[in-house]
Design a protein. Structure first.
Length: 284
């Protein structure tokens, strides 16, 4: 979903509190409900059925997808916390049915990215979480209370970031990864990986999600786990990737991890740190 120019204004089928302010130029579709104290800027677009419960502020070139719910004191599309930002016309995009809870903040993009911060569909952004400028958050992501995503962080579909975790700028978190509470993430997290710690390390896989969401057997999960262990075993990562690819032809989950590792970028991968429960596919 990309931002388009605002539509004709407020639909007659929308419900807007007299105590809310919707700037001229904003587009509010049918079925929207805008509660008291809300402020909607002139370049904002609300698709069908969006609910701003109360005291929500939307600014910038912001688009909220159909059926999304935004709770009190959340702000979306405010200027980025970036000293290089000079008021360029950037924005934020929030996908359909996503829920943004109280006091959460999603800042608009900057010219250091493509101009848009994006949060996918069916996400849950819990209280006081922060999604920094130019972040790209996939579908079905859960970001728990007090999580901090710095600018330009990329989060894959169905990732789960537990409370109080902090993610450094430009870090990538792979699909269906789990970041445990209070972790400090300075390096990239493999798809399906489970990381934890003050300086986060990889502690096995998000095995519960792999079995429940992907329907993988215990044996299939263990195959992926062994491939990840092999990835960290040698000194030369490129040689390890080639060897693992040859050993697991046709395994899409191993291939996804290897593709991510090849494109690890300047931050590299979270180091490996093993604990007793890491081999158990029934562990959290």
């Amino acid at each position: 979903m990309d931002h388009t120019s605002p539509g004709p204004g407020i639909s007659p089928e929308a419900i807007v509190s007299p105590a809310a302010f919707v700037a001229p130029g904003a587009s509010v579709a049918a079925g929207c409900r805008i509660g008291p104290g809300c402020v909607v800027g002139p370049d904002c677009v609300l698709e069908e059925g969006v609910e701003l419960i109360a005291h929500v502020v939307l600014d910038g070139r912001t688009r909220i997808g159909a059926g999304a719910r935004i709770f009190p004191f959340a702000t979306i599309g405010m200027a980025p916390q970036d000293l290089k930002y000079k008021g360029e016309p950037t924005g934020a995009i929030v996908g359909a049915r996503t829920m943004v809870r109280e006091h959460a903040t999603i800042h608009r993009g900057s010219t250091g990215g493509d101009g848009f911060t994006r949060v996918g569909s069916d996400c849950l952004i819990m209280c006081v979480a922060h999604v920094g400028h130019d972040c790209q958050v996939g579908d079905g992501v859960i970001i728990v209370n007090n999580v901090m995503l710095a600018g330009h962080v990329a989060v894959g579909d169905f990732a789960f970031i537990q409370g109080g975790a902090a993610v450094q700028q430009f870090v990538r978190i792979g699909r269906m990864a789990l970041v445990t509470g209070m972790s400090g993430v300075e390096r990239n997290v493999l798809p399906f990986g489970r990381v934890k710690g003050y300086r986060a390390k990889l502690h096995g896989l998000n095995t519960i999600a792999m079995r429940r969401r992907l329907g993988l057997s215990k044996e299939a999960v263990m195959t992926v786990a062994r491939a990840v262990h092999e990835l960290y075993r040698g000194r030369n990562l490129e040689e390890q990737i080639a060897a693992i690819a040859a050993a697991h032809p046709g395994n899409p989950h191993v291939a996804e991890i290897l593709d991510f590792a090849r494109d690890r970028g300047r931050h590299g991968l979270c180091p490996f740190g093993r604990s007793a429960e890491d081999e158990d596919p029934d562990a959290a």
